[in-house]
Design a protein around this ligand. Structure first.
Ligand SMILES: Cc1ncc(COP(=O)(O)O)c(C=O)c1O
Length: 383
């Protein structure tokens, strides 16, 4: 079945609940247990933090979507990332290899929280070759954390090559695959151990939910993640799980529109005299376009562009002149967003500074010509 069809069916079992098309929102804290022997059992759910049937259905749907065998939910994408780090790096002296293009709060969690527990992080260039990465591995390296493409600078990794380095050394690989939402890329098939999704973005799709997930194809690793999930008490509200399940039904259609629209906008921006460079992996101008073309089947709505140098006040005038694009964090929703990124770009290996102001666009579901018209009007304020 095509993925569009599968998304309408994943995680559903209507006849288990009166034939209603969607599962109920099963809220709860206490779980009543009839058999005293089972009260302290690890083999069954004993408390609401572990989730109920709504959560189980979402986990099953995500595992299926991503080609995994198990999924663990978290209350946000960031908590899914930090959960993975804590489940894999459990001892002082453990070492993390983290891409220099990683999502900022993940970076800070590693350098501010994990460092305090004696876990050191080494950043590597997202364009690193297998040999360059291998040179950074230590006997104590436990985690290779990737994000491809990075959500601000859209740099891509050669994931199969980097994963081979990790596999040869018994290092667990985590990939933040929020950009493709598990729809346009299958990192688990490339040998990645944990595929992370910020469900807040495309899966939720309506800027009204916060959630994250870790998907694996290894039962022992899923059990480890679930154990840490329980230790940290990362319960997810049933309403959030339900909303994400609902979002999944339309995700492929939304993303197909966002992908088409984003590529049209990106190509149009490339032709503009105010723009120095557009950074979109699906455009031939992207330095790692070949990696995208090899590994991905689509692109979604997130890309960045660099303006020719202009004073900050002009950039702010441009942003404020947009009437359809709004300024705000997050992405993947039905509404188009634009943000200036420079304050967020923090790099350890080589400078992340672009030749001009870096802006990021998340394309929503509006008509493409309205979005182009909006940017066209607003770009006039740069002149
Ligand atoms: C690439 C990436 N990963 C993870 C997250 C975290 O997701 P959440 O907002 O659900 O915590 C974000 C949020 O913007 C993100 O851009």
């Amino acid at each position: 079945m095509d993925i569009t069809t599968r998304l309408t069916r994943l995680g559903r079992d209507p006849h288990a609940h009166e034939g209603a098309v969607n599962p109920p929102v099963q809220r709860g804290s206490t779980v009543l247990i009839a058999d005293a022997d089972e009260l302290y059992s690890d083999d069954r759910k004993t408390y609401g933090l572990e989730g109920f049937s709504t959560h189980d259905r979402l986990e099953a749907a995500l595992a299926d979507l991503c080609g995994g065998t198990g999924a663990v939910l978290a209350p946000s994408g960031l908590q899914a990332l930090t959960l993975a780090v804590m489940a894999v790096c459990t001892r002082s002296g453990d070492h993390i290899l983290l891409t220099d293009s990683a999502y900022g709060p993940m970076r800070r969690f590693c350098t501010e929280v994990m460092a305090g527990y004696g876990v050191e992080t080494t950043f590597f260039d997202p364009a690193a070759t297998a040999d360059e990465l291998a040179a950074l591995c230590r006997p104590t390296t436990r985690l290779l954390a990737l994000e491809s493409p990075g959500s601000l600078t859209l740099e891509m990794h050669d994931v199969p090559a980097l994963v081979a380095v990790a596999q040869a050394r018994g290092i667990t690989t985590l990939v933040d695959d929020t950009w493709s939402a598990g729809l346009y890329w299958r990192p688990l098939e490339a040998g990645v151990d944990i595929s992370m999704q910020a469900l807040t973005k495309y899966q939720g799709g309506h800027a009204d939910v916060l959630a994250g997930a870790l998907v694996t194809r290894d039962a022992e690793l899923t059990a480890r993640l679930r154990r840490m999930h329980k230790l940290l008490g990362l319960g997810v509200a049933a309403e959030e799980a339900w909303l994400v399940l609902r979002g999944l039904r339309t995700m492929a259609l939304r993303m197909a529109h966002q992908d088409r629209s984003a590529r049209a906008l990106a190509s149009w921006l490339e032709s503009r005299p105010e723009v120095a460079r557009v950074i979109h992996p699906a455009l031939p101008s992207h330095p790692q376009h070949a990696i995208w073309a090899r590994d991905f089947t689509g692109a979604g709505g997130l890309f960045s562009f660099v303006l020719k140098p202009v004073p900050r006040a002009k950039v702010h005038a441009f942003l404020e002149a947009c009437q359809i694009f709004s300024m705000g964090f997050s992405w993947g929703g039905f509404e188009s967003l634009i943000i200036p990124c420079d304050p967020q770009v923090k790099r350890a290996v080589r400078t992340g500074a672009a030749e001009g102001p870096l802006l990021r666009i998340s394309v929503g579901l509006e008509a493409t010509e309205d979005l182009i018209g909006d940017l066209d009007r607003a770009l006039a304020s740069l002149r």
